[in-house]
Design a protein around this ligand. Structure first.
Ligand SMILES: Nc1ncnc2c1ncn2[C@@H]1O[C@H](COP(=O)(O)OP(=O)(O)OP(=O)(O)O)[C@@H](O)[C@H]1O
Ligand SMILES: [Mg+2]
Length: 249
């Protein structure tokens, strides 16, 4: 297990967005979080790298352990946490810089300036998302000129450049067409060999295709968590059954 929450509650001012969430997330698998709009999926994902800290009025109780360390302890190194737990968003957020400088951005923040080292990191990171062969002669071109799918791959490569352990993905394919989506899904299956992936998705078919374990959320509660097979074929909770069989959503 890599992440464990215990009695986790999260409030936006007085509104309680997460209700007593207890979850264990395993290393080197894909965990999918599903549930209807507003049920707290993105909020839960943001808990894992403390992105909610940036939102005014957020209060948290309970604990969140990564590798046994309480990431909300005042002693915890936030900069290190964000390096270790990277996040990919709905819309690719490539920087208005060259392809090379997008990937080198994180390493430079970590004071790597040697050109040869940076070139190696760029090659390794782009290779990991299967973009290097394609882009090696275009590293100085603007990243924003790439297709949406390639920009999303580039954003994943940008995270890999700082050697994270956990990748959080918040509906990473929702801006992509089905073919591009399929390619990103294949990439995720490849990446789980080295990384722990947590993906939020509206798309149940996507969760069924790629997730090993799945959590179903409803109104801030993690109603059910288990193997994808169990959640999609034999859920224990009536509310999960109703959701996966399309009774609401
Ligand atoms: N910054 C915020 N301030 C106040 N309330 C918020 C904030 N962000 C989210 N909420 C509320 O918290 C609840 C959970 O939101 P969240 O964005 O986590 O849901 P979600 O499952 O990701 O939804 P979606 O599928 O639409 O992305 C919603 O009721 C939402 O309105
Ligand atoms: Mg969301």
């Amino acid at each position: 297990m890599i992440i464990r929450t215990a009695n986790l509650n999260l409030y936006y001012h007085k509104f309680q967005a997460l209700q007593n969430v207890n979850v264990n997330i395993q290393r080197n698998i894909i965990t999918g979080i599903i549930g209807s709009s507003g049920c707290g999926k993105s909020t839960l994902l943001r808990v894992f790298n403390r992105m909610n800290d940036l939102i005014e009025g957020v209060g948290i109780t309970g604990s969140v352990l990564i590798d046994g360390e309480d990431i909300y302890s005042p002693m915890h190194d936030l900069i290190q946490l964000r390096k270790r737990v990277g996040m990919v968003f709905q819309r690719p957020n490539a920087f208005p810089l060259s392809i090379f400088d997008n990937i080198a951005y994180g390493p430079r923040v970590w004071s790597i300036s040697d050109k040869k080292t940076l070139s190696e990191i760029v090659e390794r990171s782009l290779s990991a998302v299967d973009l290097f062969a394609d882009l090696q002669d275009k590293l100085d071109s603007p990243a924003l000129g790439l297709s949406a799918e390639k920009q999303q791959r580039l954003c994943i490569a940008r995270l890999l450049a700082v050697e994270p352990e956990i990748l959080l993905m918040d509906e990473p394919c929702s801006a992509l067409d089905p073919i591009a989506t399929g390619k990103i899904e294949e990439l995720m299956i490849e990446l789980k060999k080295k990384y722990t992936i947590i993906i939020v998705t509206h798309n149940m078919q996507q969760a069924a295709r790629i997730a090993d374990e799945v959590g179903f959320m409803l109104l801030g509660e993690l109603v059910e968590f288990g193997t994808a097979k169990m959640i999609f074929t034999n859920p224990r909770d009536r509310r999960t059954f109703d959701y996966i069989s399309g009774r609401f959503g």
